[in-house]
Structures are given as structure tokens and as C-alpha cells.
Design a protein around this ligand. Structure first.
Ligand code: FE2
Ligand code: FE2
Length: 320
């Protein structure tokens, strides 16, 4: 759970002028005055988001060599590559707030930083790749469409670009799972259902703790960092996905799921203990994910050194 936003030392006049800009729908840009707590919350959110994009490449990347055909393999390679690009945009957006790439990467590699809980679950079968596209990218789109309207310009613009690519990720996942669930062999149908059984609840949880456990939300909403609460975004996600999954002939692993009179799909109790345990590092794949990121970072040291040497030589030549 996140800590409440601390009181800041800014003057009431500065704060009032800032909040008036937000209320008028203006975007805040990196050189503009902003409360320290606004800056800190954004760095936390954007860097966590960047880490999630990068760590999110691991569960799917593991299946690139095992894709069932060239068509699916090309789609998966393109998707995983997109996620690397999303990480890039987001690290850049966070850098505009005064943090550095090294600080953010250090926090990730030492396990201090958080990233999305969902990527600490294993991808056991090929159907998991489809289900991740449909549900995980589907949940991410709901969240990111909201963030595209957020008050911080660089984050909002990064989200607009990312969302268009996420839409492709979502479609390819849905197309794949629907094909297996509706027209597949009995084994493929079983594989699709098994994937849904394992990914449904983690996808519902990944939209964040329930509103009563999100003490920062009112402040984040007043500052336009978030435009909807976690529970509102979760409801949107379930309303869109529950009927589509049922239509595909799949069974959602929630015996309490039902539609109310307003048309909302109401879910059963969420296992928040599991969610917080995974966030804390107790998920099945937390250790493997961090080991993998650390290994890649170490193995890529020569690339960073080469880039620095190249830059230094270019500067020296320019000085001549
Ligand atoms: Fe992404
Ligand atoms: Fe994606």
C-alpha cells in the first residue's frame, strides 16, 4: 500500500495557482512550478509504469522461440519490442521531472522499486500469450486511456502514443484466444480455459488496490494525475471483458460474477492478500524476473560503455 502524500512547504498562493491551472484543464510541463508532492507522485507512478513495461517483456519473450507458426512469432516479436519502446518513452517522461535513468534502474534492479504485480505470474502454455494480450493489455488500456488525459504533459503524450500500440496488442490476444476457444481442438479449448482460470484474477487485481485501500487517490484526482479511481477502472475493464469472454464460450472463474440492473458486471471477493504478497516480492516469479533483469543489465554493460566512449569521441572531435 502507498503512503499518504506528505504536507508540502509551498505557499498557499502557489498551490492555489497550480490547482487553478489543473482545474482549467491546462497541462503542466516539466519546467513549470509544481508542488513537490506532485513531482514525487509522478516520478513514482511513471517509473513504476516504465519498469512494468520492461519486466512485462519477460513472460512473453520466453515464448518467442516456441511460437506455433511464423505469423504468431512475428506478432509476438513486434509486441515485445513495442513494450521495450513503451519503457523508453516512460523513462524519458520520468526524467523530465528531475530523476535519472540510473536512479530508476538501480531501484528496479535492487528490488526497491515496484512494478505491476501481474508479471510475477508464470506463462505456462502458449494460450497464456493470447490471454495476456486480451486481459493484461486490455486492463492496461483502460488505465492508460485514463492517464492519456492526465495533467502532466509528458506523461499524457507518452500515453497517447502507447495506447495506440496497446490496442494492437489487445486485438491480437483476443483474436488468438477466441480462435482457440471457439474453433480449436478440444486440447486448444482446454488450454484457453486453463489460461483464463489462471489470469482472470491477477488481471482484475492489476488495476490496483480497492479504493478504500488507496489513500492517495483523492489527492491524485484533485491534481489530475488520475481521473478515475481504481475501482472505477476495474469496473470498466470487467464490463467490457466479461461478456466477450462468455461469448467466446469460456467460463470466468468467479462464481459470484453477475450483471446488476444498471448493466454492471459485479465481481466476487478479490483475494487482496495474494495481491499484496506478490507486490511485496512473494509471487511465483518475482525472483526470476529480477535475476533476469540484472543479468541483462550486466551483460549489456559493454553496450553502455561503447556508447559513452562514442559520445566522448564525438565531443572531442567537435571541440577540435
Ligand atoms: Fe506496453
Ligand atoms: Fe502491451
Amino acid at each position: 500500500m502507498t503512503q499518504p502524500i506528505p504536507q508540502t512547504a509551498e505557499t498557499p498562493e502557489q498551490l492555489a495557482a497550480f490547482e487553478a491551472r489543473i482545474a482549467a484543464g491546462e497541462k503542466i510541463e516539466s519546467g513549470d512550478w509544481m508542488p513537490e508532492a506532485y513531482r514525487k507522485q509522478l516520478i513514482r507512478m511513471i517509473s513504476q509504469h516504465a519498469h512494468s513495461e520492461v519486466v512485462g517483456m519477460l513472460p512473453e519473450g520466453a515464448w518467442i522461440t516456441r511460437a506455433p507458426n511464423l505469423h504468431r512469432k512475428m506478432i509476438l516479436i513486434a509486441k515485445v519490442q513495442d513494450e521495450a519502446g513503451h519503457g523508453q518513452y516512460l523513462y524519458h517522461a520520468a526524467e523530465t521531472l528531475g530523476t535519472t535513468r540510473e536512479e530508476m534502474l538501480d531501484a528496479l534492479l535492487t528490488g526497491k522499486a515496484k512494478y505491476s504485480s501481474i508479471f510475477n505470474y508464470p506463462t505456462l502454455t502458449w494460450a497464456d500469450i493470447g490471454m495476456i494480450g486480451w486481459l493484461v493489455d486490455g486492463a492496461a488500456i483502460k488505465n492508460q486511456t485514463m492517464l492519456a488525459g492526465c495533467s502532466y504533459g509528458p506523461y499524457s503524450r507518452a500515453m497517447v502514443r502507447i495506447c495506440s500500440e496497446e490496442t494492437f496488442h489487445h486485438k491480437q490476444g483476443k483474436e488468438m484466444v477466441v480462435a482457440y476457444a471457439r474453433e480449436g481442438t478440444p486440447e486448444q479449448k482446454k488450454m484457453a480455459q486453463d489460461a483464463l482460470n489462471r489470469w482472470w484474477w491477477p488481471a482484475v487485481q492489476m488495476l490496483g488496490p480497492s479504493d478504500k485501500d488507496s489513500p492517495n487517490t483523492p489527492q491524485l484526482m484533485r491534481w489530475g494525475i488520475k481521473l478515475k479511481t481504481n475501482d472505477e477502472v476495474r469496473q470498466e475493464f470487467i464490463n467490457e471483458h466479461a461478456p466477450e469472454l462468455l461469448e467466446a464460450g469460456l467460463t470466468i472463474p468467479d462464481p459470484d460474477l453477475h450483471q446488476d440492473e444498471q448493466g454492471n458486471w459485479i465481481h466476487g471477493p478479490i483475494n487482496w492478500e495474494e495481491f499484496f504478497e506478490v507486490i511485496k516480492g512473494g509471487g511465483q516469479m518475482n525472483r526470476a524476473r529480477l535475476e533476469s533483469r540484472n543479468r541483462s543489465h550486466d551483460e549489456g554493460a559493454w553496450v553502455r560503455e561503447a556508447l559513452n566512449a562514442y559520445e566522448a569521441r564525438r565531443h572531442a572531435q567537435a571541440a577540435d
